[in-house]
Design a protein around this ligand. Sequence first.
Ligand SMILES: [Zn+2]
Length: 55
Amino acid sequence: MTVKAWKLEKSAKCYNCGDATIHDITVDEYTMEIRCRDCGFARYYTFHMVNLPKK
Ligand SMILES: [Zn+2]
């Protein structure tokens, strides 16, 4: 099964160039990439989706 990545964009302050720029955010099943559209600096996050039992 292929999960389609989510493509988002968000205005945020860039950690690299320090400007408030548009960031492209790509989210797939396990990773999230946030890339500054201005300078190209990217950060990656990985996570695992866990189903927590309901109380
Ligand atoms: Zn930047």
